[in-house]
Design a protein around this ligand. Sequence first.
Ligand SMILES: Nc1nc2c(ncn2[C@@H]2O[C@H](COP(=O)(O)OP(=O)(O)OP(=O)(O)O)[C@@H](O)[C@H]2O)c(=O)[nH]1
Length: 381
Amino acid sequence: MSFFGKLKERLFKSSSRLSDGLDEIVADQSSTAADADTGAEPPAAPPAAAPAASAPEAPAARTDPASSPEPARGPEPEAEPEQPAARPGFFARLTGAVIPETEQRRLVDDEMLETLEDLLIRADMGVETAARVTANIAEGRFGRRISARELREALAGEVARILEPVARPLPIYPKRPQVVLVVGVNGSGKTTTIGKLASQFRAAGKKVVIAAGDTFRAAAVEQLQVWGRRADVPVLTAAQGSDPASLAFDALTQAQRDGADLLLIDTAGRLQNRQDLMEELAKIVRVLRKVDPDAPHNTLLVLDATTGQNALAQVEVFRKIADVTGLVMTKLDGTARGGVLVALADKFGLPIHAIGVGEQIDDLAPFDPEEFARALVGASD
Ligand SMILES: Nc1nc2c(ncn2[C@@H]2O[C@H](COP(=O)(O)OP(=O)(O)OP(=O)(O)O)[C@@H](O)[C@H]2O)c(=O)[nH]1
Protein backbone atom coordinates (compact mmCIF):
# COMPACT_ATOMS: atom_id res chain seq x y z
CA MET A 1 0.00 0.00 0.00
CA SER A 2 1.25 3.52 -0.79
CA PHE A 3 2.15 5.65 2.21
CA PHE A 4 -0.75 7.93 1.26
CA GLY A 5 -3.12 4.97 1.41
CA LYS A 6 -1.72 3.95 4.76
CA LEU A 7 -1.76 7.52 6.02
CA LYS A 8 -5.39 7.91 5.02
CA GLU A 9 -6.30 4.66 6.67
CA ARG A 10 -4.35 5.42 9.82
CA LEU A 11 -5.50 9.02 10.06
CA PHE A 12 -9.04 7.72 9.95
CA LYS A 13 -10.06 9.15 13.30
CA SER A 14 -8.77 12.64 12.52
CA SER A 15 -9.99 12.67 8.96
CA SER A 16 -13.39 11.19 9.66
CA ARG A 17 -14.04 13.87 12.25
CA LEU A 18 -13.12 16.59 9.77
CA SER A 19 -14.55 14.96 6.69
CA ASP A 20 -17.92 14.17 8.30
CA GLY A 21 -18.04 17.67 9.69
CA LEU A 22 -17.47 19.18 6.24
CA ASP A 23 -20.24 17.02 4.78
CA GLU A 24 -22.57 18.12 7.56
CA ILE A 25 -21.79 21.79 6.98
CA VAL A 26 -22.75 21.49 3.33
CA ALA A 27 -25.75 19.23 3.95
CA ASP A 28 -27.09 21.72 6.47
CA GLN A 29 -29.32 24.10 4.49
CA SER A 30 -28.36 22.49 1.22
CA SER A 31 -31.85 21.06 0.74
CA THR A 32 -32.94 24.50 -0.40
CA ALA A 33 -29.80 25.07 -2.38
CA ALA A 34 -29.20 21.85 -4.28
CA ASP A 35 -27.77 22.47 -7.69
CA ALA A 36 -29.05 20.61 -10.66
CA ASP A 37 -25.53 19.42 -11.40
CA THR A 38 -26.56 16.17 -13.02
CA GLY A 39 -23.61 15.95 -15.31
CA ALA A 40 -25.97 14.76 -18.04
CA GLU A 41 -26.89 18.24 -19.13
CA PRO A 42 -26.27 21.77 -17.89
CA PRO A 43 -28.66 22.67 -15.08
CA ALA A 44 -32.02 24.08 -16.12
CA ALA A 45 -31.72 26.76 -13.45
CA PRO A 46 -29.07 29.46 -13.69
CA PRO A 47 -25.85 28.42 -11.96
CA ALA A 48 -26.24 28.82 -8.25
CA ALA A 49 -22.76 30.22 -7.72
CA ALA A 50 -22.80 34.00 -7.87
CA PRO A 51 -20.43 35.39 -10.48
CA ALA A 52 -17.24 36.75 -8.94
CA ALA A 53 -18.17 40.34 -9.76
CA SER A 54 -21.40 40.21 -7.82
CA ALA A 55 -19.99 38.37 -4.82
CA PRO A 56 -19.77 40.65 -1.80
CA GLU A 57 -16.26 41.99 -1.44
CA ALA A 58 -14.21 40.53 1.36
CA PRO A 59 -13.09 43.27 3.74
CA ALA A 60 -9.47 44.28 3.38
CA ALA A 61 -8.72 43.06 6.90
CA ARG A 62 -9.04 39.51 5.68
CA THR A 63 -5.91 39.84 3.58
CA ASP A 64 -3.93 40.16 6.80
CA PRO A 65 -5.42 37.48 8.98
CA ALA A 66 -2.45 37.54 11.34
CA SER A 67 -3.52 40.92 12.60
CA SER A 68 -7.02 39.77 13.48
CA PRO A 69 -7.42 36.35 15.01
CA GLU A 70 -11.16 36.54 14.39
CA PRO A 71 -11.81 35.95 10.73
CA ALA A 72 -13.27 39.14 9.39
CA ARG A 73 -16.18 38.39 7.18
CA GLY A 74 -17.95 40.31 4.51
CA PRO A 75 -21.37 41.81 4.80
CA GLU A 76 -24.35 39.50 4.95
CA PRO A 77 -24.93 38.29 1.41
CA GLU A 78 -28.30 38.90 -0.04
CA ALA A 79 -30.56 35.92 0.22
CA GLU A 80 -30.34 33.99 -2.99
CA PRO A 81 -33.52 33.09 -4.78
CA GLU A 82 -34.58 29.58 -4.00
CA GLN A 83 -33.52 27.20 -6.73
CA PRO A 84 -36.06 25.01 -8.41
CA ALA A 85 -35.68 21.34 -7.62
CA ALA A 86 -33.15 19.53 -9.76
CA ARG A 87 -34.70 18.45 -13.01
CA PRO A 88 -33.27 15.68 -15.20
CA GLY A 89 -31.80 16.82 -18.48
CA PHE A 90 -33.69 16.33 -21.74
CA PHE A 91 -31.59 13.38 -22.86
CA ALA A 92 -31.93 11.72 -19.48
CA ARG A 93 -35.71 12.15 -19.52
CA LEU A 94 -35.90 10.78 -23.04
CA THR A 95 -33.79 7.71 -22.38
CA GLY A 96 -34.57 7.18 -18.73
CA ALA A 97 -30.82 7.22 -18.06
CA VAL A 98 -29.76 7.12 -14.42
CA ILE A 99 -29.05 10.62 -13.25
CA PRO A 100 -25.87 11.00 -11.26
CA GLU A 101 -26.43 12.24 -7.75
CA THR A 102 -26.63 16.02 -7.59
CA GLU A 103 -23.81 17.78 -5.89
CA GLN A 104 -25.20 19.60 -2.89
CA ARG A 105 -24.02 23.11 -2.34
CA ARG A 106 -24.04 25.44 0.59
CA LEU A 107 -23.82 29.20 0.65
CA VAL A 108 -20.59 30.47 2.15
CA ASP A 109 -21.93 32.94 4.70
CA ASP A 110 -21.13 33.96 8.26
CA GLU A 111 -22.98 31.04 9.78
CA MET A 112 -21.27 28.51 7.55
CA LEU A 113 -17.84 30.03 8.31
CA GLU A 114 -18.49 29.96 12.03
CA THR A 115 -19.41 26.28 11.87
CA LEU A 116 -16.29 25.60 9.84
CA GLU A 117 -14.10 27.45 12.33
CA ASP A 118 -15.63 25.46 15.22
CA LEU A 119 -15.00 22.24 13.35
CA LEU A 120 -11.33 23.12 12.83
CA ILE A 121 -10.93 24.03 16.49
CA ARG A 122 -12.49 20.70 17.48
CA ALA A 123 -9.99 18.99 15.17
CA ASP A 124 -7.23 20.52 17.35
CA MET A 125 -6.00 23.09 14.89
CA GLY A 126 -6.06 25.70 17.63
CA VAL A 127 -8.11 28.89 17.77
CA GLU A 128 -5.73 31.16 15.87
CA THR A 129 -4.94 28.71 13.10
CA ALA A 130 -8.61 27.78 12.70
CA ALA A 131 -9.48 31.47 12.36
CA ARG A 132 -6.73 32.05 9.81
CA VAL A 133 -7.69 29.01 7.74
CA THR A 134 -11.38 29.96 7.84
CA ALA A 135 -10.58 33.52 6.74
CA ASN A 136 -8.54 32.20 3.84
CA ILE A 137 -11.33 29.85 2.80
CA ALA A 138 -13.79 32.78 2.89
CA GLU A 139 -11.54 34.81 0.64
CA GLY A 140 -13.04 34.85 -2.85
CA ARG A 141 -15.74 32.34 -1.88
CA PHE A 142 -17.91 34.44 0.41
CA GLY A 143 -21.44 34.70 -0.99
CA ARG A 144 -20.93 31.78 -3.35
CA ARG A 145 -22.13 28.25 -3.11
CA ILE A 146 -19.69 25.48 -2.40
CA SER A 147 -19.95 21.69 -2.48
CA ALA A 148 -18.43 19.42 0.18
CA ARG A 149 -15.89 18.26 -2.38
CA GLU A 150 -14.84 21.83 -3.17
CA LEU A 151 -14.72 22.70 0.52
CA ARG A 152 -12.55 19.67 1.19
CA GLU A 153 -10.21 20.60 -1.66
CA ALA A 154 -10.02 24.21 -0.47
CA LEU A 155 -9.26 23.10 3.09
CA ALA A 156 -6.62 20.61 1.91
CA GLY A 157 -5.00 23.44 -0.05
CA GLU A 158 -4.97 25.80 2.94
CA VAL A 159 -3.59 23.16 5.29
CA ALA A 160 -0.90 22.16 2.79
CA ARG A 161 0.06 25.84 2.41
CA ILE A 162 0.69 26.09 6.17
CA LEU A 163 2.59 22.81 6.30
CA GLU A 164 4.71 23.25 3.19
CA PRO A 165 7.38 25.57 4.73
CA VAL A 166 8.00 23.22 7.68
CA ALA A 167 8.07 19.88 5.90
CA ARG A 168 11.79 19.18 5.89
CA PRO A 169 13.43 15.78 6.16
CA LEU A 170 16.11 15.41 8.81
CA PRO A 171 19.08 17.16 7.20
CA ILE A 172 22.09 14.93 6.68
CA TYR A 173 25.43 16.75 6.91
CA PRO A 174 28.76 15.69 5.44
CA LYS A 175 30.13 15.99 8.98
CA ARG A 176 30.59 12.57 10.58
CA PRO A 177 29.43 11.45 13.03
CA GLN A 178 26.32 13.61 12.93
CA VAL A 179 24.99 13.82 16.47
CA VAL A 180 21.21 13.81 16.92
CA LEU A 181 19.93 14.47 20.43
CA VAL A 182 16.38 13.22 20.90
CA VAL A 183 14.25 14.94 23.54
CA GLY A 184 10.61 14.78 24.62
CA VAL A 185 8.42 13.81 27.56
CA ASN A 186 8.26 10.17 28.70
CA GLY A 187 6.04 8.07 26.52
CA SER A 188 6.02 10.50 23.59
CA GLY A 189 7.70 7.90 21.39
CA LYS A 190 11.42 8.86 21.60
CA THR A 191 12.70 5.30 21.86
CA THR A 192 10.48 4.06 19.06
CA THR A 193 11.44 7.00 16.85
CA ILE A 194 15.16 6.39 17.48
CA GLY A 195 14.64 2.71 16.63
CA LYS A 196 12.81 3.53 13.42
CA LEU A 197 15.35 6.17 12.37
CA ALA A 198 18.25 3.82 13.12
CA SER A 199 16.65 1.07 11.04
CA GLN A 200 15.91 3.35 8.14
CA PHE A 201 19.38 4.95 8.06
CA ARG A 202 20.99 1.55 8.46
CA ALA A 203 18.93 0.24 5.54
CA ALA A 204 20.16 3.23 3.54
CA GLY A 205 23.73 2.08 4.17
CA LYS A 206 24.62 4.47 7.01
CA LYS A 207 26.65 3.42 10.00
CA VAL A 208 24.57 4.23 13.07
CA VAL A 209 25.24 4.17 16.82
CA ILE A 210 22.58 4.60 19.53
CA ALA A 211 23.24 5.90 23.05
CA ALA A 212 20.67 4.98 25.70
CA GLY A 213 20.85 8.28 27.55
CA ASP A 214 17.85 7.75 29.83
CA THR A 215 20.00 5.89 32.31
CA PHE A 216 17.31 5.93 35.03
CA ARG A 217 14.75 3.85 33.19
CA ALA A 218 15.85 0.26 32.69
CA ALA A 219 12.79 -0.42 30.53
CA ALA A 220 13.76 2.38 28.12
CA VAL A 221 17.28 0.94 27.82
CA GLU A 222 15.94 -2.56 27.18
CA GLN A 223 13.55 -1.27 24.54
CA LEU A 224 16.40 0.49 22.74
CA GLN A 225 18.42 -2.72 22.85
CA VAL A 226 15.55 -4.56 21.16
CA TRP A 227 15.44 -1.93 18.42
CA GLY A 228 19.23 -2.05 18.15
CA ARG A 229 19.19 -5.82 17.59
CA ARG A 230 16.38 -5.48 15.05
CA ALA A 231 18.26 -2.79 13.12
CA ASP A 232 21.69 -4.36 13.65
CA VAL A 233 22.93 -1.17 15.28
CA PRO A 234 25.10 -1.02 18.44
CA VAL A 235 23.41 0.43 21.51
CA LEU A 236 25.69 1.97 24.12
CA THR A 237 24.39 1.78 27.67
CA ALA A 238 25.63 2.76 31.10
CA ALA A 239 24.93 1.50 34.61
CA GLN A 240 21.48 2.41 35.86
CA GLY A 241 21.41 5.87 37.39
CA SER A 242 24.83 6.86 36.06
CA ASP A 243 25.55 10.25 34.49
CA PRO A 244 23.94 10.48 31.01
CA ALA A 245 26.51 13.13 30.01
CA SER A 246 29.33 10.71 30.61
CA LEU A 247 27.55 8.10 28.44
CA ALA A 248 27.08 10.71 25.71
CA PHE A 249 30.81 11.53 25.84
CA ASP A 250 31.77 7.85 25.55
CA ALA A 251 29.24 7.29 22.78
CA LEU A 252 30.54 10.16 20.67
CA THR A 253 34.15 9.12 21.19
CA GLN A 254 33.30 5.57 20.12
CA ALA A 255 31.19 6.77 17.17
CA GLN A 256 34.18 8.84 15.98
CA ARG A 257 36.57 5.92 16.47
CA ASP A 258 34.25 3.58 14.54
CA GLY A 259 33.71 6.06 11.73
CA ALA A 260 29.93 6.14 12.33
CA ASP A 261 27.76 8.40 10.21
CA LEU A 262 25.10 9.02 12.82
CA LEU A 263 24.89 8.99 16.60
CA LEU A 264 21.35 9.01 18.00
CA ILE A 265 21.17 9.92 21.70
CA ASP A 266 18.05 9.10 23.74
CA THR A 267 17.40 11.32 26.75
CA ALA A 268 15.19 11.33 29.82
CA GLY A 269 11.83 13.06 29.58
CA ARG A 270 10.91 13.76 33.16
CA LEU A 271 9.31 17.15 32.99
CA GLN A 272 8.15 16.93 36.60
CA ASN A 273 11.41 18.52 37.62
CA ARG A 274 12.12 20.87 34.81
CA GLN A 275 15.22 22.37 36.42
CA ASP A 276 16.90 18.95 36.77
CA LEU A 277 16.05 18.02 33.19
CA MET A 278 17.35 21.34 31.92
CA GLU A 279 20.63 20.86 33.76
CA GLU A 280 20.91 17.27 32.55
CA LEU A 281 20.39 18.26 28.91
CA ALA A 282 22.70 21.27 29.22
CA LYS A 283 25.43 19.03 30.67
CA ILE A 284 25.04 16.50 27.83
CA VAL A 285 25.47 19.31 25.30
CA ARG A 286 28.49 20.77 27.15
CA VAL A 287 30.22 17.42 27.30
CA LEU A 288 29.45 16.56 23.65
CA ARG A 289 31.03 19.87 22.63
CA LYS A 290 34.29 18.89 24.28
CA VAL A 291 34.53 16.18 21.63
CA ASP A 292 32.92 18.11 18.76
CA PRO A 293 32.27 21.85 19.19
CA ASP A 294 29.35 21.65 16.68
CA ALA A 295 27.52 18.81 18.44
CA PRO A 296 24.66 18.13 18.70
CA HIS A 297 23.94 18.85 15.06
CA ASN A 298 20.21 18.30 15.54
CA THR A 299 17.96 18.32 18.57
CA LEU A 300 14.76 16.49 17.73
CA LEU A 301 11.69 17.02 19.86
CA VAL A 302 9.35 14.03 19.73
CA LEU A 303 5.68 14.87 20.33
CA ASP A 304 2.72 12.58 20.87
CA ALA A 305 -0.23 13.65 18.69
CA THR A 306 -2.75 12.15 21.09
CA THR A 307 -1.95 14.91 23.59
CA GLY A 308 -3.58 17.44 21.26
CA GLN A 309 -3.07 21.06 22.26
CA ASN A 310 -0.70 19.96 25.02
CA ALA A 311 1.87 19.34 22.29
CA LEU A 312 2.04 23.12 21.80
CA ALA A 313 2.88 23.61 25.48
CA GLN A 314 5.57 20.93 25.21
CA VAL A 315 7.23 22.78 22.35
CA GLU A 316 7.27 25.97 24.44
CA VAL A 317 8.89 24.16 27.38
CA PHE A 318 11.47 22.20 25.40
CA ARG A 319 12.47 25.23 23.38
CA LYS A 320 13.42 26.83 26.68
CA ILE A 321 15.45 23.90 27.97
CA ALA A 322 17.01 22.67 24.72
CA ASP A 323 17.88 24.19 21.38
CA VAL A 324 15.17 22.30 19.46
CA THR A 325 15.94 22.19 15.73
CA GLY A 326 13.08 20.01 14.50
CA LEU A 327 10.02 17.98 15.40
CA VAL A 328 8.77 14.45 14.96
CA MET A 329 5.11 13.81 15.65
CA THR A 330 4.15 10.26 16.66
CA LYS A 331 0.90 8.34 17.16
CA LEU A 332 -1.03 10.11 14.44
CA ASP A 333 -2.77 6.79 14.02
CA GLY A 334 -5.54 6.24 16.49
CA THR A 335 -6.16 9.87 17.35
CA ALA A 336 -8.75 12.36 16.22
CA ARG A 337 -6.32 15.16 17.06
CA GLY A 338 -4.12 15.16 13.95
CA GLY A 339 -5.01 18.81 13.34
CA VAL A 340 -2.56 19.75 16.08
CA LEU A 341 0.24 19.34 13.57
CA VAL A 342 -1.22 22.21 11.55
CA ALA A 343 -1.36 24.36 14.69
CA LEU A 344 2.28 23.49 15.47
CA ALA A 345 3.43 24.38 11.98
CA ASP A 346 1.50 27.64 12.04
CA LYS A 347 2.62 28.70 15.48
CA PHE A 348 6.29 27.73 15.65
CA GLY A 349 7.45 27.21 12.09
CA LEU A 350 9.90 24.53 13.31
CA PRO A 351 10.81 21.91 10.71
CA ILE A 352 8.68 18.77 10.95
CA HIS A 353 11.02 15.97 9.91
CA ALA A 354 8.83 12.91 10.16
CA ILE A 355 5.52 11.57 11.38
CA GLY A 356 4.77 8.29 13.10
CA VAL A 357 1.62 6.38 12.21
CA GLY A 358 2.28 3.08 13.98
CA GLU A 359 4.75 1.00 15.89
CA GLN A 360 6.54 -0.74 13.02
CA ILE A 361 9.83 0.31 11.45
CA ASP A 362 8.27 1.66 8.27
CA ASP A 363 5.56 3.53 10.17
CA LEU A 364 7.82 6.56 10.37
CA ALA A 365 7.85 8.52 7.14
CA PRO A 366 9.16 11.85 5.95
CA PHE A 367 6.49 14.45 6.27
CA ASP A 368 4.75 15.21 2.97
CA PRO A 369 2.52 18.29 3.46
CA GLU A 370 0.17 17.66 0.59
CA GLU A 371 -0.34 13.99 1.38
CA PHE A 372 -0.91 14.80 5.00
CA ALA A 373 -3.34 17.64 4.26
CA ARG A 374 -5.38 15.47 1.90
CA ALA A 375 -5.43 12.55 4.31
CA LEU A 376 -6.41 14.84 7.19
CA VAL A 377 -9.46 16.31 5.45
CA GLY A 378 -10.45 13.02 3.81
CA ALA A 379 -9.80 14.19 0.24
CA SER A 380 -9.22 11.58 -2.43
CA ASP A 381 -5.78 10.52 -3.68
N1 LIG B 1 0.28 3.76 17.70
C1 LIG B 1 1.50 4.26 17.79
N2 LIG B 1 2.24 3.97 18.87
C2 LIG B 1 3.49 4.49 18.97
C3 LIG B 1 4.02 5.32 17.95
N3 LIG B 1 5.26 5.69 18.35
C4 LIG B 1 5.46 5.11 19.56
N4 LIG B 1 4.41 4.38 19.94
C5 LIG B 1 4.20 3.62 21.19
O1 LIG B 1 4.16 4.54 22.27
C6 LIG B 1 4.70 3.94 23.45
C7 LIG B 1 5.76 4.84 24.02
O2 LIG B 1 6.81 4.93 23.10
P1 LIG B 1 8.34 5.04 23.52
O3 LIG B 1 9.13 5.05 22.27
O4 LIG B 1 8.68 4.05 24.55
O5 LIG B 1 8.32 6.46 24.19
P2 LIG B 1 9.50 7.20 24.96
O6 LIG B 1 9.33 8.64 24.70
O7 LIG B 1 10.80 6.61 24.64
O8 LIG B 1 9.08 6.90 26.43
P3 LIG B 1 10.00 6.49 27.66
O9 LIG B 1 10.70 5.24 27.24
O10 LIG B 1 9.01 6.30 28.75
O11 LIG B 1 10.91 7.65 27.86
C8 LIG B 1 5.21 2.59 23.01
O12 LIG B 1 4.25 1.62 23.35
C9 LIG B 1 5.34 2.70 21.49
O13 LIG B 1 5.18 1.46 20.86
C10 LIG B 1 3.20 5.60 16.79
O14 LIG B 1 3.56 6.34 15.85
N5 LIG B 1 1.96 5.03 16.78
